[in-house]
Ligand binder design. Structure first.
Ligand SMILES: *Cc1c(COP(=O)(O)O)cnc(C)c1O
Length: 386
């Protein structure tokens, strides 16, 4: 198998796996318990908090562990709405992950007003449009750091600055950015940031929300006083320890993401472009994650391509995993102004540090053959039909 779908999920790093095992076996104490057996687990959670704080350059107290990226996204928005109930307006974009998109749609049905920022053909938002959309009654601006489908990076520092000037809360869904590019929250006025374990070589079902220490917060899950009263529920100790370890490893690997992983991605992109005619890049050529490439293959359909690639053991995706299976063309590519045809003939390839040079070469060969096959089949269908 050649796994080129690391934006959908990643393999657990063996070191991460080793780190979490004791907490699934002998270290089963409840971190809230008063005795040493529990307190030891509480200390492991605090260590994980420090490891994540080091990766993001923030304070450990600013990290709240959650069950996933989706929960982090929901918690940030719901908190902002509860803190100031007079503010009933939200700003977001048309290319967000469904964790934000569907939530905003649900809020719109409940009477909130949403400003949906458009993107250009590179997938970028217009900062002037952002500035104009923020109002005195804007509860929160939620814009992603890196797009999961195209890898396109929003100018988060500038967005944060606009929100600071306009005195509104800024949340960024950084699930795809954390671990892939350097993040320094010390120099950026962000109130909330979401991340998810399984996108950076930790297990599925654990995430974190950064809450700036000066930002008032209302818990999304109301219950016990875990996470300094910010998230009820007994901690997922093993997965939290794993997420901490994954963050520590990410600090050591972020250079590699920008060099070796980027190199793998660039070589794949170049080989595909050279060998297959009628290929177009979806997204910005530079303002993009180092691991992601989204390509349109003229005269094909992604579903047929995915099937042929799957037969040869290549995993990649059309649109986001969350919308796969549904016949809807990607909302991200549609928002970039591309035709349904282009959106329906596009594939995303996302690499990680676990990929090899050999995999890139084989995947390019397999993809070349698959595109050729689908185009020939499509041409013969047209001939028979006419
Ligand atoms: C994967 C992803 C999420 C959701 O994270 P889960 O942990 O799967 O809930 C949210 N936003 C973005 C950009 C993602 O890529």
């Amino acid at each position: 198998m050649i796994y080129l779908d690391n934006n959908a999920t990643t393999a657990i790093d063996p070191e991460v796996f080793e780190a979490m095992l004791p907490f699934l076996k002998e270290q089963y104490g409840n971190p809230s318990s008063a005795y040493a057996f529990g307190k030891k687990v509480a200390r492991a959670i605090d260590h994980a908090r420090e490891q994540i704080a080091s990766l993001l350059h923030c304070e450990p107290e600013e990290i709240v562990f959650t069950s996933c990226g989706t929960e982090s996204d929901n918690s940030a928005i719901q908190s902002a709405l509860l803190i100031d109930r007079d503010r009933k307006h939200l700003v977001t974009s048309k290319v967000e992950h469904s964790a934000i998109l569907k939530q905003a749609e649900a809020l719109a049905r409940r009477g909130y007003e949403i400003s949906w920022l458009e993107v250009d053909e590179y997938g970028l938002v217009d900062l002037e449009a952002l500035e104009q959309s923020v109002r005195p009654d804007t509860a929160i601006v939620s814009l992603m750091w890196a797009n999961n489908e195209t890898g396109v990076l929003f100018p988060v520092a500038e967005i944060a600055e606009i929100c600071r000037r306009k005195q509104t809360i800024f949340h960024t869904d950084a699930v795809q950015a954390v671990g892939k590019i350097p993040i320094d929250l010390q120099s950026m006025p962000v109130q909330f940031l979401s991340l998810s374990g399984h996108k950076l070589h930790a297990p599925k079902g654990v995430g974190a929300l950064y809450v700036n220490r000066r930002t008032r917060f209302n818990p999304f899950l109301i219950g016990g006083s875990q996470e300094n009263k910010r998230r009820g529920g007994t901690e997922n100790t093993a997965s939290i320890v794993a997420l901490g370890k994954a963050a520590e490893l990410a600090i050591g690997h972020v250079r590699e993401e920008e060099t070796r992983v980027k190199d793998l991605r660039d070589r794949f992109e170049q080989q595909v472009m050279e060998r297959i005619p009628g290929v177009q890049l979806n997204g910005h050529p530079e303002k993009r994650l180092p691991n992601t490439v989204n390509l349109a293959f003229e005269g094909t359909d992604s579903e047929a391509l995915l099937m042929l690639l799957d037969q040869k053991g290549v995993c990649c995706s059309a649109g986001s995993a969350c919308t796969a299976g549904a016949l809807e063309p990607s909302h991200v590519l549609r928002a970039m102004g591309f035709s349904t045809d282009r959106a329906r003939s596009s594939l995303r390839f996302s690499f990680s540090r676990l990929n090899t040079d050999e995999e890139v070469a084989s995947a390019a060969d397999i993809l070349t053959a698959a595109v050729d096959k689908v185009r020939k089949a499509n041409r013969s269908v047209v001939t028979v039909g006419s």
